[in-house]
Each structure stands twice: as C-alpha cells, then as structure tokens.
Write a protein that binds this ligand. Structure first.
Ligand code: ZN
Ligand code: ZN
Length: 258
C-alpha cells in the first residue's frame, strides 16, 4: 500500500471512531444507497473506485496460506515446509479496516449491497477467474444450525450468490458440507485451540457424496483466520473423495505483529 493509501486508511480509521460521523454516514447510507460506504461520496456506492484502489490494493499472496508473500507463484517457506491440505487459497484483502467492519456488517445486517461490493473485490484479482474455471463445484462453509437459525442466512452463501451474479460460476452445492452436531464454535478460541478443536468439524452428507467424489471443489468463506476451519472442511471433502480442494475468501487475518 502506498503512503497516500495508508494516510487515507488512517483517516478513515479515525473518522470511524468519531461516533457522530459514522452515525451520519449510516443515516446517509440508509437514505441514499448510492453513497460510498467508506468515504461517503455519492453517487458512487457502496464502494467507489478510488476507495477500492486505495484500500483494497492487489497484494501478492502465498497460495498456501493467503498471507502477503513477495512471489505469488511460489508458496512461502512455512507452506513449503508444512503444505496445507488444499491446493490454492485466494484472499483478496487483509481482515483489517475497513474490511473487518464490512464483514461484520455483512454478518449482522446481511445487506445485499455489502455482499455484492465484497464479491466485486474478487473480480479484479486475476487469480479468481482461474480458480472458478478449475472448479467442478463450489460450496460455502456452513454455519452451525444454532447460528444459522439466529442469523437467518449464511454470509458465505450470500457472497457466493453475489459472485455468481457477476461471473459465470460452476454448479453450487449449498448443502455440500454440514457441521457435525455438537462441533465446537472456533471463533473465540486462540490459534492452538482452534487447530486442535477443528478436527471432525464438518462432514459431507451422504446425499451429496456423489457430487463431491472425484470433483475439484471450491470452498467459499468470508474470512480465513488461522485456517483451522478451512483445514477441517478440506479434510472432510478429501475424505469424501474430492479430487482436490481450493478456497476463496474475502479477507485474511494478518499475522500477529512481531
Ligand atoms: Zn469511496
Ligand atoms: Zn504460505
């Protein structure tokens, strides 16, 4: 990210913490859906081209862990040492301002404009069309039944639908993975606990087994944090006979600061 973009991000961060400004923007957004959610400019919403360029720069990332890596054609050293079970994972942005707030808003409000603006971010990444072209089927990471009942929708499925409206996509398997009953919720756990708890998190239901067997499956999610959820999903799909698994997420949690 260049210096101007960094300054802009810091400006936006400080403005976000100014309650009345963000309240005003929210009110404006409700009245004028065309307002850019980041800078408030209209009619350019929900994400104007300037904000997209400045706040979602294309950054080369490791195909194994989706963390920034100078050579996007090669995996980082950690992924070469301990290869992940998936073939390729693509993340578009860091899970940082403003995208962390967008993803949270997508989860809490489900506003369709957010899903489509986030899905649009994927389209300017040249890795994404190739990922879609390679996939035979795609499916969302499922929520727990309890969370799905509380929220009323799965944000990963909203993102998939939004992307499918913008780009030809392979057939969807919305129920291709299930959370195993009583599987733990990982989001509040630390890295080590997540990795330990993620085993057996998902299963492929017998009814969709034949649609996964021998296929290359693309898994969609909003955020990749430690990769534990993705790892569990990939293992469940490979155990069910998938030929290979790739993953596409909007945001990647940056590594902890040194
Ligand atoms: Zn803007
Ligand atoms: Zn890596």
């Amino acid at each position: 990210m260049d210096a101007d973009a960094r300054v802009k991000r810091e400006d936006m961060r400080s403005m976000r913490t100014t309650g009345w400004t963000s309240d005003l923007w929210r009110a404006l957004g409700a009245l004028c859906p065309a307002v850019c959610e980041v800078c408030g400019r209209w009619p350019d919403g929900p994400l104007c081209p300037d904000c997209q360029r400045d706040l979602a720069p294309l950054v080369p990332r490791c195909r194994g862990c989706a963390l920034p890596h100078a050579d996007a054609q090669r995996r980082c050293e950690a992924c070469r040492r301990a290869p992940p079970p998936w073939q390729t994972v693509v993340a578009r942005v860091d899970f940082d301002h403003p995208w962390d707030a967008w993803v949270r808003a997508l989860k809490s409000t489900g506003r369709p404009g957010l899903a489509s603006a986030l899905a649009r971010l994927w389209l300017d990444d040249p890795a994404v069309p190739a990922l879609l072209a390679d996939a035979d089927v795609w499916l969302p990471i499922p929520l727990t039944a309890h969370r799905l009942a509380a929220r009323g929708y799965n944000q990963a499925w909203s993102l998939m639908q939004a992307l499918a409206r913008l780009q030809p996509t392979p057939p969807a398997l919305p129920q291709g993975l299930q959370r195993t009953p009583d599987a733990p919720v990982l989001h509040h756990l630390g890295r080590r606990e997540r990795l330990a708890q993620a085993q057996g998190l998902f299963r492929v239901p017998p009814a969709t087994g034949s649609q996964v067997r021998g296929r290359r499956v693309l898994v969609i999610d909003d955020v990749m944090t430690t990769g534990a959820t993705l790892r569990a999903a990939t293992h469940a799909l490979l155990d069910a006979g998938a030929a290979a698994v790739d993953a596409l997420v909007v945001a990647r949690t940056p590594p902890p600061m040194e």
